[in-house]
Design a protein around this ligand. Structure first.
Ligand SMILES: *Cc1c(COP(=O)(O)O)cnc(C)c1O
Length: 408
């Protein structure tokens, strides 16, 4: 008799996006003439940069020749890509990260889940509330939590509320936690952390021998030159942080798949016998055993992001989405709504009107404006009373959606 992993049975049914899909389907079946605009799911909409396409086409052709054929590549990624990442994304910003510390992968979603493979069962885990659901669900699946309560919060997890009251950057815990998930610029709130705020987290982690899992998937959207893009811009972060990066949102690789994880040499965890163990070696072992690398073609596409044309084309993409975000912010404010985010991130986080909860606002927007967004409560209990709109869409759709919202 085959047994299932009981941890999966703890996962809450009716996960956010299926529930959204269900309500949208029901509405469009009842109103087939309604032209629905989706500002909900966090997927990019604009075409791949030309520099990336050109590089990938050349790589496909090379694969068709005996000399240019590539079989299995290094599990950690090709050195030519890792060196460009280290130089451009880290060393140019004053972070002493080397190519050896970069692990190329097929996604940050997988990496931020898979990292639990090398971390012990007894860690006390902190997540923000609201949160990117992957951090929570991957801990549930790995058996690192208890059951969910009526509010949907899992036993054993420490939830750190991020709300307007604390400026959308969580309070540093007063007690001991061992593992902290941070995402800045933030999905879903669009908030960003200052250097001082990140320094407080690094100081906490060092004082408590904790590990920060820093998700920087949206760093390219930062506009303010004073704001840090990497946790390694903070002194001491090499001793207490792993960083996740992705080509998904900056270069539109959501369907192409390439990302990277930084594990600094000398970053240590503790074994059951008290001995210090380097996490780099464990992650390297994990990747070499369970992962066979990203395709040569895709890595050539990612490399092209670092060419002068690639950099210019990625900047144009970011500028385009950030103009969308500015339009959304401006129009929602003009409609009398309180808006947050959308200035250093492609997400606008709005406060629902007095007396309307997150799902109530979802239904109102869908039925009256035919616009789909994401209820804040779907990202955690503290997201109740908030709503996320994404800037990932065509200009025409954003303008039309905002015209309808203002007409409400
Ligand atoms: C989109 C996103 C990512 C990127 O995930 P990939 O698997 O690399 O596409 C990572 N973290 C957050 C919070 C995201 O929203």
């Amino acid at each position: 008799m085959v047994q299932v992993n009981g941890n999966y049975l703890k996962l809450k049914a009716g996960y956010l996006f299926p529930e959204i899909a269900r309500r949208v389907k029901a509405f469009s079946e009842a109103n087939p003439e309604a032209a629905i605009i989706r500002l909900g799911i966090g997927d990019v909409t604009e075409p791949l940069p030309e520099a990336c396409r050109t590089a990938m086409k050349a790589a496909v052709d090379a694969m068709g020749t005996r000399e240019g054929f590539h079989g299995y590549g290094p599990e950690q990624g090709y050195l030519w890509l890792r060196e460009k990442i280290a130089a451009t994304d880290f060393q140019a910003r004053g972070c002493a990260i080397t190519a050896e510390e970069i692990f190329v992968s097929d996604g940050s979603k997988c990496d931020s889940s898979n990292i639990l493979d090398i971390l012990g069962e007894g860690n006390r885990i902190a997540v923000t509330d609201p949160v990117y659901p992957v951090y929570v669900d991957s801990n549930v699946m790995a058996g690192r939590t208890g059951d969910a309560d009526a509010a949907g919060q899992y036993g054993g997890l420490t939830y750190l509320p991020i709300t307007a009251e604390n400026g959308f950057t969580a309070q540093i815990p007063t007690g001991q936690v061992d593992l902290i998930y941070l995402c800045f610029p933030n999905n879903p709130t669009g908030a960003v952390a200052t250097r001082e705020q990140l320094r407080a987290w690094v100081d906490y982690a060092r004082a408590n021998e904790a590990l920060i899992l820093f998700d920087a998937a949206y760093e390219a959207f930062i506009q303010d030159p004073e704001l840090p893009h990497s946790i390694y811009e903070i002194e001491g972060a090499r001793e207490c942080a792993i960083e996740f990066r992705s080509f998904s949102k900056n270069a539109g690789f959501t369907g192409t798949r390439c990302a990277l994880t930084v594990v600094p040499r000398g970053l240590m965890g503790t074994a059951a016998n008290g001995e210090k163990v380097e996490l780099w070696g464990l992650w390297n072992r994990r990747q070499c055993t369970k992962f066979n690398g990203v395709s040569y073609i895709v890595q050539r596409g990612a490399e092209a992001v670092y060419s002068p044309e690639g950099q210019a084309q990625v900047k144009a993409l970011i500028d385009f989405y950030m103009e969308n975000a500015a339009i959304i912010r401006q129009e929602l404010s003009a409609a009398g709504l309180q808006v947050y985010g959308g200035e250093q991130a492609p997400y606008v986080w709005l406060k629902t009107p007095e007396g309307v909860d997150s799902w109530g606002f979802f239904d109102r927007l869908l039925s009256q404006a035919h616009v789909v967004g994401t209820p804040g409560s779907g990202f955690g209990a503290a997201g109740e009373g908030y709503f996320r709109l994404s800037a990932f869409n065509s200009r025409a759709n954003v303008e039309e959606a905002m015209r309808r919202v203002r007409a409400l």
